[in-house]
Design a protein around this ligand. Structure first.
Ligand code: ATP
Ligand code: MG
Length: 560
């Protein structure tokens, strides 16, 4: 099936082998199985791209299956958010499924297992059961309830279902082997009593099936050929297979579980449970806060689906867990935004420049390219006048030869405008520079074709005309955690590593064309980075998020 010379990941190799050994292409079916107990994060993107990528490669259907067996933590709002994120990433599922669609079938199969003597109701406390479980080095002991009669088990199980018992009073267990090497095989729990309304089945059920019992059987019902999950489920595979053995009809396809490594990103946490903690404790402003590693946070931050997919593609699928540096994700954001983002000018830490030989009260509109990387993006006009802002860091009274920005007596080009020369500056009582006086070279106008317009000076600065500039709220983001792997320390909680400076809000002065920027628009503020318009933005108060700087400043800081 695969093209010669193409490199396949190990999961694709497994599929290829299956195709060689008798699977027909039409047997292939995949699923992405999120639990709707939180928003999707960048780790999930790996699983999404893997499963939907296989679907595209083999022209096979991929289901979106909500693993909704725990009503304590699950909600419709999470279902909606997950669907939105998968779509935004660019994938189409074949059918939308819910484990809860199979509650009746799972129940019927459980009854069948009881009748076959392969499941029993245990009425011990969870502490008692834990005490009998044994250790990896010692076998477990049988529950005193293990040999209950089929009739008694059926009656108790029905009672559980009908809501006659309190939570914790009984569980249904598979009768496998309390001495098994694999502790998961020591009579695992299949059902528990839970008097909680479910977001789909409401109060229809007073018992809920456990993950292991649900997952493989759901795969079987959907005829998923390859059920791909993360490595922590490797030990569960034996149980997955045991549960399938109980129900599989030899004429139907038998799903197989295969495992790949979970993806971890540096300076953040990729666990819905921990992300929920950040939301609930108001460390961040919701699941889609641009500091969050959620898909919705990245979207709001200005990431593109392409950037995320390219990142996932680059890190690939692995058999071992490791930590991926977030700077790689940022690299992919820059790479894609460089191609698509319009170049605009904004000054974030302004200092005033007066061009003393420019006539007072006059202004002109200069033509500038929208994106030098993309000619079809066209040009626009930007206003120039006697008073402009430049970045404070772009001026020094004195500096060495390596400082290519503005210094007294030195020249720079103002992007798409003129060459200016600094002649003096004024300071306040504290010695802060409040104004720089410059002269401009009238003939040096960019694009005017004169010899002076081609004149090369070392530095080019971005700027805005003060009287035309529009103010905007600019939100600058940094790593949410100061530690590379905040959740791997034995003696400390991940919350101890929150970076309090992960958000800085400033006022920026932007060229007037941005007045018509729409929520979600992405631009490059020249020399500063990529920014996008936040949903909080309004006509009265424009709000921009910094997606990523132009260079990897973090790596530089680390090297110092
Ligand atoms: P979390 O701990 O964040 O809740 P989870 O594995 O419990 O993660 P699920 O909603 O059950 O979350 O995950 C759906 C699918 O995504 C599963 O197949 C899971 O293995 C996969 N997945 C989750 N996290 C990652 C990750 N960090 N890297 C790769 N795949 C992941
Ligand atoms: Mg989970």
């Amino acid at each position: 099936m695969s093209e010669v010379g193409e490199s396949l990941n190990f999961i694709e190799h497994i599929v290829e082998e299956d195709l060689e050994n008798g699977y027909s292409p039409s047997d292939l079916r995949f699923r992405f199985p999120p639990e709707p107990n939180g928003y999707l994060h960048i780790g999930h993107a790996s699983s999404i791209c893997l499963n939907f990528g296989l679907g595209l490669r083999y022209n096979a259907p991929v289901n979106l299956r909500f693993d909704d067996t725990n009503p304590i933590k699950e909600e419709q709002a999470y279902v909606d958010a997950i669907k939105k994120d998968v779509e935004w990433l660019g994938y189409n599922w074949d059918t939308e499924r819910y484990a809860s669609d199979y509650f009746q079938q799972l129940y019927d199969w459980a009854v069948m297992l009881i009748k076959e003597g392969k499941a029993y109701v245990d009425s011990q406390s969870s502490e008692q059961m834990a005490a009998q479980k044994g250790t990896p080095y010692e076998p477990g002991r049988n529950s005193p309830n293990r040999n209950r009669s089929v009739a008694e088990n059926l009656e108790l199980f029905k009672g559980m279902k009908d809501g006659n018992f309190e939570e914790g009073s009984h569980v249904l267990r598979a009768k496998i082997d309390m001495t098994a090497q694999n502790m998961l095989m020591r009579d695992p729990i299949m059902y528990r009593v839970l008097h909680k309304a479910h977001h789909r089945t409401n109060t229809d059920w007073c018992i809920y099936p456990m993950y292991d019992w649900t997952h493989g059987e759901s795969d079987y019902i959907e005829q998923v050929s390859h059920s791909l999950c993360t490595l922590e489920f490797a030990m569960h595979r034996e149980l997955y297979d045991w549960f399938l053995d109980q129900v599989v009809d030899s004429k139907k396809l038998r799903p197989k579980q295969r495992e790949f490594a979970r993806r971890n990103l540096s300076h953040t946490v990729v666990s819905k449970r921990k992300l929920l903690q950040l939301v609930e404790q108001h460390v961040v402003d919701g699941w889609d806060d641009p500091r969050m590693p959620t898909i919705s946070g990245l979207r709001r931050r200005g990431y593109t689906p392409e950037a995320i997919r390219n990142f996932v593609d680059t890190i690939g699928i692995a058999k071992r867990e490791n930590l991926i540096d977030v700077s790689l994700l940022e690299f992919h954001a820059r790479e894609h935004l460089n191609k698509i983002a319009l170049r605009v000018m904004g000054v974030l830490d302004p200092v005033k420049v007066v061009i003393t030989n420019y006539p007072e009260g006059e202004e002109e509109w200069l033509e500038t390219e929208n994106n030098p990387e993309d000619e079809s993006a066209g040009t626009r006009q930007i206003p120039f006048s006697r008073e402009i802002f430049i970045e404070r860091a772009d001026f020094k009274e004195e500096a060495n030869r390596k400082f290519f920005r503005l210094k007294l007596g030195g020249e720079v080009r103002l992007k798409s405008a003129y060459i200016i020369k600094a002649e003096g500056c004024t300071k306040d009582a504290d010695g802060n520079i409040v104004e720089i006086q410059c002269v401009y070279d009238l003939k040096s106008k960019s694009g005017s074709g004169t010899e002076e317009s081609m004149r090369k000076v070392k530095g080019t600065l971005h700027w805005v005309s003060i009287k035309h500039a529009i103010k905007a709220e600019v939100r600058l983001y940094d790593r949410l955690f100061s530690d590379e792997s905040p959740d791997t320390h034995k003696d400390k909680d991940f919350m101890d590593f929150i970076n309090p400076e992960a958000l800085e809000v400033i006022t920026g002065y932007l060229e007037p064309s941005l007045v018509s920027a729409k929520i979600g628009d992405r631009v490059q503020f020249q020399r500063l980075g990529y920014f996008c318009v936040d949903p909080d933005s309004s006509q009265e108060n424009l709000v921009f998020n910094r997606t990523v700087g132009l260079r990897d400043t973090w790596a530089k800081i680390q090297d110092q």
